[in-house]
Design a protein around this ligand. Structure first.
Ligand code: DC
Length: 227
């Protein structure tokens, strides 16, 4: 049976994971966060003191880092060599390193297969940078979700402040701009809008408005929902 796949791509902090998770819950789909897989690889690199510029060492590390995905009460967990690292991958340090090491082809090839297998086995909403263009070019619905760098930095600032972490808005925005540049200009699978993706700017939309629009796009692209 062919499953329905929804691909959501966009820059860091556009709200992809929040929207995809909420839409998946409403539709009964599985939410696949591909950034988490790249982050687990970056955590391995960090823990083993490998330089981000060391392409050969990172390629070798791909053979040693065993990354798997599990679902616990609908929530995705990422495991690295037998350890649940779902929380450890969420730091700014890991996020920035992830953007640096995800430029390498061996890293991308390693995770591509895992992502395609998940999409073949269930109805999924998958988010990332290259889902509509590379991972699932045949996805029935594709969305390019974005927001201005300032709005994205403000959202991140609020998130960190709520966790009691001290942070600087301008520094966060600069990190976001640098990360966007790297993700959009790398040689392999750069972030870009797929030709058949719907562009959705979330800067001035509420979470609920965006989730409803995502579901509407899926219906326009053929998703049948039981009333
Ligand atoms: O979505 P995120 O912030 O968790 O992603 C972290 C980094 O991972 C991002 O800056 C680039 C990389 N990434 C990627 O190259 N391809 C994907 N499909 C998902 C993430």
């Amino acid at each position: 049976m062919q499953h329905f796949n929804i691909a959501i791509d966009g820059p860091a902090g556009a709200g992809k994971s929040t929207i995809a998770r909420a839409a998946a819950a409403r539709l009964g789909f599985i939410y696949v966060d591909t950034g988490a897989m790249y982050r687990a690889m970056a955590l391995y690199v960090l823990r083993n003191h490998i330089q981000a510029s060391g392409e050969a060492e990172i390629a070798a590390a791909c053979q040693k880092a065993h990354i798997t995905i599990r679902y616990e009460e609908g929530r995705q967990q990422v495991w690295l060599n037998g350890e649940d690292v779902s929380d450890q991958i969420r730091t700014e340090e890991v996020g920035n390193l992830t953007s640096q090491i995800s430029v390498y082809l061996p890293v991308r090839e390693k995770l591509l297969e895992l992502q395609r297998q998940l999409a073949e086995s269930a109805d999924v909403i998958m988010d990332g940078r290259d889902i509509g263009t590379c991972v699932l070019p045949g996805a029935q619905a594709k969305i390019y979700l974005t927001a201005s760098s300032r709005v994205r930095a403000e959202r991140r600032f609020q998130e960190l402040s709520e966790k009691g972490m001290s942070c600087d808005l301008d520094a966060i925005e600069k990190d976001i701009i640098d990360r966007d540049y790297r993700d959009m200009h790398r040689e392999h699978a750069p972030l870009k809008q797929a030709e058949d993706a719907v562009y959705l700017d979330t800067s001035y939309l509420s979470r609920e408005e965006v989730v409803s629009r995502v579901i509407e796009i899926a219906r326009e692209r053929g998703l049948k929902l039981e009333e």
